[in-house]
Every structure is written in C-alpha cells, then in structure tokens.
Design a protein around this ligand. Structure first.
Ligand code: UGA
Length: 425
C-alpha cells in the first residue's frame, strides 16, 4: 500500500520506517524543513535504537517531504503522527492535528485517515464532523493508537502485544489491519472512542503501577523492608505481573506526564474527578523531590555543596529530555544553593540545563563532588570504575535513584549508599 505519515517525530519516523519494512511505500511529511533535509541526507534527527538501520534498509520505499500534495500522491492511508503537547490547562493541544485535517484536499478516491497521535477521547468524532462539513465523506477515519516505548519503539512496533483499531466504518478498519500484515499480534477492533480510551487507559495503568511501587518504596524506607524483594515477591503473582514495578525517581518522558494530565483533564471537563489518577500524578511529583531530602539528611544544608547528576535523559536508550526527573532535580538542587554537575552519554546537557557544569565523562562530573545522584540507569554507570569514582569525589555518597547498583559492592568501595526503598545504613 501507499502510506503518507504526517509528522517526522519519534512516532512518525518509527511508524513510517516500520511500515516500509513491512513492504509499503511510505512518504513522511513534516513542516520543519531542516528535519526533512536531514532525513533526505540519510541522517536521523533522533536517537532511537534500530531506527537508522531500518530507514537505511528501506530507503527505496521511503521518501521525505514538506509538501502535502507530494506526500498524498496515491496514498491509501494517511497517518497523523504529530505532537499533542499539553496546554497550560493540562488539556491536549490539538493544533497540529487540526492543521493536518484541514490541509487534506478533496480527493477522487477513498483514503483512510489513521490517528497515531495520542488524543482525547472524542477527537475522532470531532474530526469526522470537520471532514463531513468540508464534504470529505470519502476520507475514512480510524484510531490506531501506538504503544511503543522510546528506546524499544522499533521492536515494540514490529512485535506488539496487540494492534488496536477503532473505526466508524468497518471497511476502513480492515484497510488498517491489512497494512499490518506480517505482524503477529491480536487485533482489537472497536469503536473510535474506545480505541482512544484504550491508549489513555493503558498509559494510566502503567503510571499507576510506577506510583504504586514508589509509594511502597517510601513505606519500605520507613519500615526497613526492601522494595526490590517486595516487587519480586508481589510481581510473581500472575494476576499482578512483574512489569513497571521498578521503584525510582518517578516517571518522565513525552507521554506519561502529558497523557496523565490529559486524561485527568478530560474526565474533569466531563464533570468527573479522577481521584486515583490525581494521586498517581501527585506521588510522581513528590518522588522526584525526595532525593533532595535524602541528600540533606546526609549532608546538612546543600548550600555550596557539589552534587553530580549521573544521567539526564528521562530513561536510558533515548536522548529525550521531556519531563525528565533530572530537570526538576537540577532546579531543586540549585534552588537549595548546591553546585550541580552532570553527565549523560547522549544528551547534550548544556542545551537543557542552565548553570550546570556538564562534563564529558561520568568521572569528570564526579570530580570534587560531595554526593552523586544516579538519575538515569545507563548501562555505562553499571560498568563505571566506582573505586576511581570514589577517589575523584570529595565525599563518597551515592543516592541511587534507580536502584541500579549493588549496595554491598558500593559499600565495599567506601560509599555511603542510599537507594529508593532499600534499607540504608
Ligand atoms: C510509554 C509507554 O510504555 C508506551 O507503551 C507508550 O506507547 C508511550 O509511553 C507513549 O504513550 O507514547 P515511554 O514514555 O517511552 O513509553 O517510556 P516507558 O519505558 O514506559 O517509561 C516511562 C517512565 O516510567 C520512565 O521515566 C521510566 O523511568 C519510568 N518507569 C518505568 C519507572 O520508573 N519504573 C518502571 O518500573 C517502569
């Protein structure tokens, strides 16, 4: 089939590259001409495992353009994969979605508009009305949400747990199902609103687990239990499962924080107070800040103290800094008067953090530090020469915000070690 993808961000590029891998001809369109130039030059504007290879391997089936007409030429399916950031009120900002919908010209054949962007429930119905108002009845509409996580997006797309397709017309849903031929996964067909809700509810369930285990971790700290053992013992119950039970500094990224607010707001707009989700969000906010108290308990006032942040990206395997806990942490530490240094293997910290000394290596960031905070569980940090790290620091204190390191080993290296939800000395 011939597919047009509007939006060359994480979601659009992964969707386009994977559909090309499945054998379709894909035109990816973005309004940012620098991005399109980069892609046409054979480079990839984002860090996503396996994406560069996939784009390279499917070069002859992929094209990149800023032109709507060029992208739509002979297209059977048009994917919307543009950003839906949050507005100041917490709602999803659908400006870019409306631009795509309104740009669609009248065509003399049927095409299917497939929504990949995460949108509030009800968006499909509004799009349908907007298309009908313009006489575009031959544009079908399907909600086909994505469940890919950054860092594993390519493999998540090619080996999904399920494919969700919500359509007004069953035939349009079947077109989108055919597009995924070659992928072995159950397909959930539904109405459009339910497909939209599946996406938001799935993310909410995952966030709820993260905030749940973080609260259990906080209670573990107060009672002497170890959250890693607790998560293992709880997660082995097949009704609960092991995933998303890693306690830490809280979730970040381009999806969870935005989508949780959007769902809470969506409910509120309909007069419903989504209490559980409100608590999930609040727990997550507090979780990022607890590290500051942990440091203060050990160091006293942080004024003039040097604190090294190890890892900046919201999770390993990505250069994404959207809603990264490191941003809140750096800001809070600076507000307490600390001098902050930082290192990340892929993020250029200088463009994201003001007044932070960004070092080219983890050891460099640790030079003279009174404490280190492991913020992102990059594998490099597991392999770091912690003995040497300790020698570089002026005080061997480590707060392991992701419970990545072995407390006993760290203590043998002379560190005061404090994790999240684990007994500390
Ligand atoms: C998430 C979902 O996992 C995807 O299914 C979804 O498609 C995507 O959002 C989206 O809506 O587009 P992503 O944000 O890339 O994907 O990252 P995750 O791997 O889910 O991690 C989210 C955050 O939760 C990270 O900050 C991570 O550190 C944190 N987390 C995750 C924990 O703190 N503990 C865990 O046990 C798991």
């Amino acid at each position: 089939m011939k597919v047009a993808v509007f939006g060359a961000g994480y979601v659009g590029l992964v969707t386009g590259a994977c559909l090309a891998e499945l054998g379709h001809d894909v035109a990816i369109r973005d309004v940012v001409s620098e991005k399109i130039d980069t892609l046409n030059a054979g480079e990839v504007p984002i860090h996503e495992a396996g994406l560069a290879d996939l784009l390279e391997r499917n070069r002859e089936r992929l094209s990149f353009t800023t032109e709507v007409d060029e992208a739509l030429e002979d297209a059977d399916v048009v994917y919307v994969a543009v950003g839906t950031p949050r507005t100041s009120s917490g709602d999803a900002d659908l400006t870019a979605v409306w631009t795509v919908v309104d740009e669609l010209p009248a065509l003399d054949r049927r095409i299917v508009l497939a929504m990949k962007s995460t949108v509030p429930v009800g968006t499909g119905t509004t799009v349908r009305h907007r298309l009908d108002e313009r006489g575009l009845e031959n544009v079908g509409y399907v909600s086909n949400p994505e469940f890919t996580a950054e860092g594993t997006a390519v493999s998540d797309f090619m080996h999904p747990d399920r494919i969700v397709i919500g359509a007004f017309e069953p035939a349009d849903g079947e077109v989108v199902e055919r597009l995924h031929e070659g992928i072995d996964a159950p397909v959930v067909h539904s109405d459009v609103a339910s497909a939209e809700m599946i996406k938001l509810a799935a993310n909410a369930a995952l966030m709820m687990r993260v905030s749940f285990i973080n609260e259990i971790a906080n209670v573990c700290e107060a009672t002497g239990a170890d959250v890693i053992k607790v998560a293992e013992g709880v997660g082995l119950d097949h009704r609960i499962g092991r995933h998303f039970l890693r306690a830490g500094l809280g979730y970040g990224g381009s999806c969870f924080p935005k989508d949780s607010l959007a769902l809470k707001q969506l409910a509120a707009n309909s007069g419903y107070h989504f209490q559980l989700l409100a608590a999930v969000i609040e727990v997550n906010e507090l979780q990022k800040r607890r590290v500051v108290n942990k440091l203060e308990r050990r160091l006293g006032s942080l004024r003039g103290k040097k604190i090294a942040l190890l890892g900046l990206a919201f999770k390993p395997g990505t250069d994404d800094m959207r809603e990264a806990p490191s941003l809140v942490l750096a800001g809070r530490l600076q507000a307490e008067g600390a001098e902050v240094s930082a290192w990340d293997p892929v993020v250029d910290g200088t463009t994201h953090l003001d007044g932070v000394h960004v070092a080219p290596s983890a050891l460099g960031a640790l030079e003279g530090a009174d404490a280190a905070v492991l913020v992102t569980e990059w594998p490099e940090l597991g392999e770091l020469d912690w003995e040497e790290a300790g020698r570089r620091m002026s005080n061997r204190l480590l707060v392991d915000g992701r419970n990545m390191l072995d407390p006993e080993t760290m203590r043998r290296h002379g560190f005061e070690y404090e994790g999240i939800g684990r007994a500390s000395e």
